[in-house]
Design a protein around this ligand. Structure first.
Ligand SMILES: [Zn+2]
Length: 308
């Protein structure tokens, strides 16, 4: 049977026959879901109300998830949510959710499969801390948009899997148009092999990777390269487009010999930041999703400036 649970960030997870799926895209008559294991290519089609299976999943290359594991994940998800939203003690939340799971799953040895309170409580307290953002809708939407921009700046092989994760974790759920934008992104830019504009048309990772700054002149090269490689097609997604307009203003400033120093400064900073982020990613300090969001933020100097 189909069962829906929430991911940590509040996205929908579909549980079916021992596997978990996240939504990939919504079509007119169906919803495409894909295996939550990003290395597995299995997909499943549901009707648009998410109640009926239109196409059974293709073969999984990942391992089946035990019922007990799913029950444990659900319970841990509830613990985290309650830690954020309630003032009940973390210890009490933990024991209540364990007992609830045992009640609902007679015979399940929760003690053998649940993370111990010791190993969880730092996480639960962090959830509770006021410094841990209950990722406001606004913040989620920011990450989502920055991620869309960042796709142009990450290694092309990561584009599809990363966008699927970004949709999964950050799609704002209070805007109907959000899923339309997701579909548009997937069919126009992201889907390997079938996107209208393949990543070779708009991704500038190579330009960044091959242009480590050696002299001040790199700034000029970078600017030209960005201008040459960024898409010129009128349907290109609006964020990149807005970004280009911003870049073009700098170009005009250069031509009239105005603000040259300032522009160089901005490009220097952006460039250094991008190179640094890619280094951190190579050293496994950043996940693909974190890299993408941070790259998006690095180039987005004007649209909504957030200084930390
Ligand atoms: Zn799978």
């Amino acid at each position: 049977m189909l069962r829906f649970t929430l991911s940590e960030r509040g996205g929908n997870v579909c549980n079916y026959d021992g596997y978990q799926y996240t939504k990939k895209r919504i079509n007119k008559l169906s919803e495409e879901w894909r295996c939550r294991d990003r290395k597995c290519l299995s997909t499943l089609s549901l009707c648009t109300s998410g109640t009926t299976i239109l196409r059974e999943p293709s073969v999984h290359t990942c391992t089946r998830i035990a019922d007990a594991t799913i029950a444990m994940e659900e319970a841990v998800g509830r613990m985290k949510q309650r830690a954020r939203e309630e003032t009940t003690s973390v210890t009490k939340i933990y024991s209540e959710e364990v007992v609830k799971t045992r009640d609902e799953n007679p015979g399940m040895s929760t003690g053998l499969i649940f993370p111990s309170l010791d190993s969880l409580d730092a996480t639960l307290y962090r959830m509770r801390s006021k410094h841990y953002p209950t990722l406001s809708t606004r913040l989620i939407a920011d990450h989502w948009l920055l991620g869309a921009i960042g796709l142009a700046l990450i290694p092309p092989p990561l584009v599809e899997t990363t966008w699927v994760s970004l949709m999964d974790e950050y799609t704002p759920n209070d805007h109907e148009t959000a899923s339309e934008f997701n579909d548009y992104m997937v069919s126009t830019y992201v889907e390997n092999g079938s996107a209208r504009f393949g990543s070779d048309m708009w991704n500038v990772y190579e330009a960044i990777a091959n242009r480590r700054p050696r002299t001040n002149n790199h700034v000029e090269g970078y600017n030209r390269r960005m201008k040459a490689e960024f898409p010129t097609h009128p349907h290109i997604y609006q964020f990149i487009d807005t970004l280009r307009k911003h870049e073009y203003k700098h170009h005009l400033a250069e031509e009239s010999q105005v603000q040259v120093r300032r522009r160089k400064n901005i490009y220097d900073q952006i460039y250094i930041k991008l190179v640094m982020l890619h280094e951190e990613h190579k050293n496994k300090q950043l996940s693909d999703v974190q890299l993408t969001i941070k790259c998006g933020r690095a180039v987005k100097t004007r649209l909504f400036k957030t200084r930390k």
